[in-house]
Ligand binder design. Sequence first.
Ligand code: 4NP
Length: 159
Amino acid sequence: MEKKKILFVCLGNICRSPSAEAVLKGMAQKAGIADQLEIDSAGLSDFHAGEQADKRMQEHAIKRGYHLTSISRPVNPMKDFDYFDMIIGMDDQNIRELERLAEGSSAISRIFKMTDFCHDCNKDEVPDPYYGGDEGFELVLDLLEQACQGLIDFLKSNP
Ligand code: 4NP
């Protein structure tokens, strides 16, 4: 069976989307579906291209057992919008920008918002933690864990 290819997207690709990548990889491993997925992340800016994930984000993630190993790269619409089956943004601004980049192409139908997969999140975005404190990073991980559980349920029922 062909792998389902999933791209997580945020602004900088150093906080939310690399965390989403690591959380889904970890949870898919536990759910026994890791070999069915190809998971990557990218940013809508190139501000941090070539950098490791934000140190604060790494420290919060490691406490929950997630190693953030990805290196920031910008979204490449020419390649990524053809290649990935699901393109998942973190907030409304990400979705607007992805939809603008995908305008007129079939990729529009493959754009999703992360919180759409939450069964019970009480939030409709994964907020940018970059300029805030510890609680913002914890909130990102709480929301990503809930959304990834919903995403795994979705993937199981839409193989
Ligand atoms: P991310 O967070 O989009 O979750 O990676 C941010 C990281 C950096 C910046 C903004 C958001 N920045 O403005 O540099």
